[in-house]
Structures are given as C-alpha cells and as structure tokens.
Design a protein around this ligand. Structure first.
Ligand code: FAD
Length: 518
C-alpha cells in the first residue's frame, strides 16, 4: 500500500457550490509569465470563456489562457509552473471543447490551455497498414476527424453520441456510446499517445512503450498529463444507416432483448435505449424523422401515464449491401419482444446518423435552450442491480422525462481493455444510465435547476447502497472519501501515478481529486 500526505488531497476544497469567481493574475506572476515566448500566445485579459462549460453551473475564472501553437508551448508553460514548485499555488487545466459539466476543465486563478488552438500535428492518415489509423492533435473535434476520414473511405470505430467534443476531452473520460458493446469505448481504440506530463516532459506512450503512462492517461480525468497527440484506430466506413426504434412496456423484456443483442455475434452496429415516462404524443414526434412500420396501429398508441422503454439500434451498410439490408434488418429484429405496433424505421447517411445530436443542438440554440444549466447525471449500473435500480428510480423518483433524455443500455466489459484509469462496476455486464437534463434558467418550478438537483440527489442517495455496486461515469465528488470509494481498489494505483507524473498536483484541478501542493 502507498500512503500520501493528507495535504495533497482535496477534502476541504472551497468550491462546493456553484459560484462565479473573478480574478486577475497577481502582477508578479503576470510580469514573470509575460517574459515567456510562445509560438502561440498567452492571454491575461480575454479569459471569461475559459470559465464556462456545458454544465453552465461552475464559473471559475483563470488568471491566463494559453493558446498554444506547438507542443513545446505546452511543455514550456508546465515546466514554468513546475519550477515554481511549492512557492506557488498555480494550477493548469487543459480545456478541450469545454463540454464538462461541473468545471472539470476550469482552473481557478490558474492557467487554462485552449487545446483547440493546437493545430499540430496536422491530421495524418496511415492507411496502407494492416490496422489503419489517423494521427490527430488532441484538440481536434471528432466531427472533423469523421469528415476527413470519410474522404478516404474510413472512420473511427467507437464514438460518443455528440461529436463536437475533442479527442483529449473524451479520452480523459472514456467515450461510451452505442458502438462500445462491440469495440469498447474510445479509450480502447487508441494506438499511441503523446503526453506532456506534470513535470513538463513530452512522452510518447502506447501498450508497448511507457505503458503505465498510457493506461494512466486513458480515462485519467486529466490528472497525469496533457494529451497532445493521439493515433486513433480506423475501419472501412459504411455509407448508410438503418436507424430503428421500438417500444417496450415490460422492463425485463427490454433488458433481455438488449442483453441478447449485445452478446450476439451477428448483431446491430449500434445498440442503445432510453426511458420514456409520462410523455404525450411521443410517436407523433418521431414521425418527422422515422416511419412507422404499421402506421394505423402506431397512430392509436398512447404514451401518457406510462413508463416505456425504447430500444434504439442501427445497422450500417454500404451501397453493395443495399439490396439485402431490409432482409438483414428483419432477421435481426426477429424474435425481439417489442410492442409490434411501435416499430419505427428510418434510413440516413452515416454522417447524419453520427452527428444526430448536432441537429437537436441547432434547434435548441434557436430557442435559446442550449446554453442553459445542464445538471447531468451518468451512472454505470451492474446487470444484477438494474431491476432494483429501475423499480426505485423509474418507478418512484423520476416522475416524467420532460427535462431531457434518459439513456439506458448495456455493455460487456469482458471484451474491453482493463488496464486504463476508467472506473467501472465489478460485473462484466453493466448499464450506462444517463440523465441528460436541461434546466430552464431562473425557473423555480419542477423544470428549474434546484428541483432537478434534488431529484439527482435522491437518485444518488439510492445508488449509494453498497450492495448495488453502482459507479458514476463522468464522476463528480467533493470529498476525498468519496473519490477513494469511487476508485475502490484502483485508488492506490491512481494516487501512485499522480505522484509520479504530476507530483505537484497542478493538473486539472477542476476534477477536485487532489490539491495543489504548495
Ligand atoms: P473538456 O470539458 O474540455 O475537458 C474534460 C476534462 O478533460 C477536463 O478535466 C480537462 O482538463 C481534461 N482534458 C481536456 N483535454 C485534455 C487533454 N488534451 N489532455 C488531458 N486532459 C484533457 N461522453 C460519452 O462518453 N459518451 C457520450 O455519448 C457523450 N455524449 C455527450 C453529449 C453532449 C451533448 C455533451 C456535452 C457531452 C457528452 N459526453 C459524452 C461527455 C463528454 O465526453 C465529456 O464531457 C468530455 O469531457 C467533453 O470533451 P471536451 O473536449 O469538451 O472536454
């Protein structure tokens, strides 16, 4: 066992409630940093954007923002802070696309590195090899990688539901979506990384080379270094997608079918699902993008006062496969137990399928409903607990799903790599359950932030029962005890790695796991 100095831990961290902090760099810091030269630039004035994120609840003002143009810009700033040693409390946070939920990419009075400025290296494709891959800057958005790869007939294998996120940001968490049952999360589909550690050293790492750092950084919540470059696995890209939804009222039938689909050798290419509680006109809303298989019966289906479970699956295909794709889909659907009248199908391009959440984003932006508080809650629930969980949470706690989607789908980690920093339940099969709520600004009613947070607390209270074995995904805690419990047996390794790669604990302070040594 490894013990570390208690001061190093964040148990009495000051930021327990959402707060707006204003700060400016102390003049001594400002004048000494101002003498540094960068290929990009360091800004002390234009820093408000770095105090914002998608969650829209935490606003911690940094002292400066670095817009790097080279990897050495990043190692220079880290080495500078490292050399300040214990004389300073200065911290450094990489900011990808800032789509964190609780200030994880912010650094109060610290330096934020705007990773999207880093355009080095240019995207480069290695497609002659047996395992094609693309090398990208870690500040690259997944949507850009998709478009560039498709020009070569290729695409990454594993995605998130939304593509306007950076490579460095999702690899620091996991990147889990409907392809993860087959390919593992995005962190399982990376061949090599370049990382600048908390000592300012630039290190190339992979399964073969500096493997400890490689595993540390993947799912490592930004704690061990700044990812500057990644080599991402590619596969031949499909052109089109059959996208399918069908409803269940029986939870066991729903989960049995999902579990059957994720374990079958011949299955869909994407498997997710969501919960619908007490919604009106549900199937009518789907009609703008999906066609009911049985229009007459579908029009008679009512969703009011009901708890329904929607299976969402997709089958990819190429132009050569187009003449038998309908038959293939029918075969895959045979034997599933959804409510017959609720089968809805649609056919879209691969890009439109993968970028589907962006369409919702545009609509919400038009209505001013995108930049609102997002009190999201993501859980990983073991298979053996999912029925108890569903009964309490969907049956008692969540009264309706009007605040935003509630996703639920299983994965099987026996096919995943198991040496990354990602924390998962102990059982192989577990469900991702994601409450993706939006709060109406300044509402004090049930659609307001306080009410949704109270509901989340009730869910978390229930999930705290140890026999359930539930873990948070995109975890957020405020005490060391909670972080220790989250990591469980992985805590010793995680904290040992912290001491070796970021001994001053200067990196990603917004995760609130460790406190900057000073
Ligand atoms: P940021 O918020 O900028 O950063 C996240 C953390 O990583 C911070 O601690 C930051 O300091 C650190 N970091 C960022 N870049 C680097 C780097 N280069 N090196 C080291 N550390 C770094 N997640 C899923 O798994 N599946 C989903 O389907 C999914 N859907 C989403 C949909 C939406 C609409 C949103 C907003 C988020 C979704 N997420 C999903 C969560 C998302 O993966 C995380 O919020 C991710 O962190 C966002 O990436 P980002 O580039 O905005 O990261």
């Amino acid at each position: 066992g490894f013990t570390i100095n208690r001061d190093y831990l964040c148990s009495d961290h000051p930021f327990t409630t959402p707060t707006i902090y204003h700060s400016s760099a102390p003049s001594s810091l400002r004048s000494s940093m101002a003498t540094m030269t960068f290929d990009g630039h360091l800004s002390f004035d234009d820093v408000e954007n770095a105090a914002k994120d998608f969650g829209n609840r935490y606003h911690l003002m940094p002292s400066a923002v670095l817009h790097p143009k080279s990897v050495s810009d990043i190692s220079n700033i880290i080495r500078y802070v490292f050399d300040l040693g214990l004389t300073s409390e200065l911290t450094v946070a990489a900011r990808g696309h800032g789509h964190s939920l609780q200030g994880q990419s912010q650094a109060y009075q610290g330096v934020v590195i705007d990773m999207e400025s880093l355009r080095e290296p240019e995207m480069s494709f290695h497609i002659g090899e047996h395992h094609p891959f693309v090398e990208v800057s870690a500040g690259e958005l997944w949507i850009n990688i998709l478009h560039e790869s498709l020009k070569r007939g290729l695409a990454p294998k594993s995605w998130t539901d939304y593509l306007h996120l950076t490579v460095g940001g999702t690899l620091s968490n996991a990147g889990i979506s409907g392809q993860a049952f087959r390919h593992g999360p995005q962190i399982d589909n990376v061949y090599q990384l370049q990382v600048v550690t908390g000592r300012g050293q630039m290190v190339t790492c992979s399964e073969e080379e500096n493997a400890d750092l490689f595993h540390a950084v993947l799912g490592g919540l930004g704690q061990f270094g700044i990812i500057t470059k990644a080599a991402i696995a590619l596969e031949p890209a499909p052109r089109m997608v059959k996208w399918i939804r069908a409803l269940y009222s029986d939870f066991s039938m729903f989960t049995n079918d999902q579990e059957h689909l994720i374990s079958s050798a011949n299955s869909f290419d994407y498997i997710e699902g969501f919960v619908i509680i007490n919604r009106t006109g549900l199937l009518n809303n789907w009609r703008s993008s999906f066609n009911p298989k049985d229009p007459v019966q579908a029009s008679q289906f009512t969703s009011e006062d009901r708890i329904l479970f929607c299976l969402e699956v997709a089958k990819y295909f190429t132009p050569e496969e187009a003449d038998h794709i309908d038959e293939d889909v029918d075969n895959l659907l045979t034997g599933l137990n959804y409510i017959g009248s609720t089968l809805f199908l649609s056919e879209v391009t691969y890009v439109d399928f993968l970028d589907r959440v962006h369409v919702s984003e545009m609509k919400l932006r038009e209505k001013g409903l995108w930049e609102v508080p997002h009190p999201w809650l993501n859980l990983l629930v073991p298979r053996s607990s999912i029925h108890e969980f569903a009964q309490e949470v969907f049956g008692n706690i969540v009264k309706d799903t009007s605040h935003g989607p509630v996703l639920i789908y299983p994965v099987d980690k026996s096919r995943w790599k198991n040496r990354t920093s990602l924390v998962t339940p102990e059982e192989d099969v577990f469900y991702l359950v994601a409450f993706l709520s939006s709060a109406i600004p300044s509402s004090t009613g049930k659609d307001g932030l306080e009410s949704i947070l109270t509901r989340n607390d009730r869910i978390l209270d229930f999930c705290g029962r140890p026999h359930l074995g539930i873990k948070q995904y995109l975890p957020h805690y405020s005490t060391t005890e909670e972080w220790r419990a989250h990591f469980g047996t992985q805590w010793d390794v995680f904290s040992r790695r912290k001491l070796s790669y970021d001994p001053l604990a200067m990196l990603a302070p917004g995760q609130r796991i460790f406190r900057r040594s000073h």
